[in-house]
Design a protein around this ligand. Structure first.
Ligand code: GTR
Length: 457
């Protein structure tokens, strides 16, 4: 009797505290997740009044269900996902978003290791530089892969592959890295008339903690994205497009691949090389990218199942963020600013996101059951952090169907509180649009967990 009374009193007091906490907004349970800074949102809205930075103005939307076939049948087992729904979704992304790249690897492609130093970086690493010639022809398009592998670890080693924005020589001051001779975006140190000079060597090293990566037992491979396709709209006359495009009556089709499609295709060609290199564990290669190259990493990992782990850093619209939220950058904005990134069909969805047969949670679902890690940054509202989180959350049912844990949380985590319990990792970090040491640290922690299990298989 006495115990019951005590229990009732306790419950009453507890629920009163909990209720008032909810009402007055000081509950940790209800409010601990990340929220966009209202001040920042307001400032950004002043800069770009046409852009929505307010959660209240996110329209009501319904996401397409990744676990329902286009004929309405529910997908209830892994077999149906793998043989029917996955190919269906992949095709939708090819047709309406990124465009169609050649499926087979180029017949006459060659790999030439033009630099091999087993005593690089004071003995810490083996450095290789490899030219991938896509057509095998002297004047055909080529890309150079710069590879550092840790010497202290038994080969083959797991590795990260990442496209870079400034040329391979910008990721580290190592004087032996070949200086890129290709077209460069203007406006950065050491770039004159769209060409790099010695001043740009090591310029981007803050984003590439090479020594740290090597000391943790991982290799790092990187490629200048402009080797595959220079990042400006020239009607697809340069890079790999003119060589591999299939024209109909001299015209590109509305589902022909854009630049993101080409960059992702280039990453698959790097994987073709890794498969020939005995020092690299090609079953444990993580593909990683920042921003537009984060969009690219997701698409590369979605279309090529050889990538064991996929990482999208601050990828935003056309990457990890849900398009239907229309928060920050929108489909219309991105297609207008970067008409060469996606396929022509994607432009039909400018301002008509609800008509898209896919949304970006389905891109993440295509990676299942392989580990994927998505990041956002507190100051990067243009990329819609919440939209990036929600895409992960809505991809999780596919992971669960395939027998692995999804995201492990239902609510957006707090700032700098990485979620790494499941097979989908996520964090929103302090700071702005960038790829930081903090991000790398999380990727390596997550890779440690997942690659160890894979290594045992
Ligand atoms: C922005 C673009 C984003 C993002 C970024 C980047 O201008 O709007 O989608 O990709 O560029 O790649 O740096």
């Amino acid at each position: 009797m006495f115990n019951n009374k005590l229990l009732i009193t306790f419950l009453t007091v507890f629920s009163a505290i909990f209720f008032s906490a909810e009402v007055f907004g000081f509950s940790n349970t209800a409010d601990s997740g990340w929220k966009a800074s209202p001040k920042l949102a307001e400032a950004l809205m002043k800069q770009r009044p046409e852009t929505n930075y307010s959660e209240q103005r996110v329209p009501k939307y319904t996401l397409p269900n990744p676990l329902v076939l286009s004929d309405g049948t529910k997908v209830t087992n892994a077999g149906t996902w793998q043989t029917k729904r996955r190919p269906e979704i992949l095709e939708l992304f090819r047709k309406y978003v990124y465009g169609r790249a050649p499926i087979d690897k180029p017949k006459n492609m060659t790999f030439k290791v033009f630099d091999l130093d087993r005593n690089a970086l004071d003995g810490l690493a083996t450095r290789k530089q490899v030219t991938v010639n896509f057509t095998g022809k002297k004047d055909g398009p080529k890309m150079d892969i710069l590879i550092y592998l840790p010497n202290a670890v038994k080969k083959p080693v797991p590795a990260f592959v990442i496209l870079n924005f400034g040329g391979n020589h910008t990721i580290h001051p190592d004087p032996a890295i070949k200086l890129s001779e290709n077209w460069m975006r203007p406006g950065s140190k050491g770039v004159v008339k769209n060409r790099a000079n010695e001043e740009s060597r090591g310029r981007g090293r803050a984003r590439f903690p090479v020594e740290k990566i090597l000391k943790r037992g991982y290799g790092l491979a990187t490629i200048y994205y402009g080797d595959i396709d220079p990042d400006f709209h020239d009607g697809f006359k340069n890079g790999v497009h003119p060589v591999f495009d299939k024209l109909i009556d001299g015209e590109r089709k509305p589902d022909a691949w854009g630049s993101i499609g080409a960059w992702a295709w280039g990453l698959s060609r790097a994987m073709d090389y890794f498969e020939t290199d005995d020092d690299i564990d090609n079953k444990r290669v993580a593909v990683l990218g920042h921003s537009r190259l984060g969009k690219t990493a997701l698409w590369a990992g979605a279309r090529d199942e050889r990538f064991a782990f996929v990482i999208s850093n601050n990828s935003g619209c056309g990457g990890a963020a849900l398009s239907r939220r229309r928060f920050g950058e929108t489909v219309e904005r991105i297609n207008k600013s970067f008409p060469h990134w996606f396929c022509e069909n994607f432009k039909k969805y400018n301002g008509k996101e609800d008509d898209l047969p896919v949304d970006q949670h389905m891109l993440i679902a295509l990676i299942a059951p392989r580990p994927v890690y998505v990041t956002s940054a507190d100051g990067d509202l243009w990329a819609d952090p919440r939209g990036e989180f929600l895409a992960c959350k809505n991809a999780a049912p596919v992971y669960q169907l395939l027998g692995v844990d999804g995201l492990g949380v239902k609510q957006m985590p707090g700032l700098d509180k990485p979620v790494q319990k499941g097979t989908i990792g996520y964090h929103v970090r302090s700071g702005g649009h960038n790829l930081t040491q903090y991000d790398w640290q999380q990727f390596m922690d997550f890779a440690d967990m997942h690659f160890v299990t894979m290594g045992r298989n």
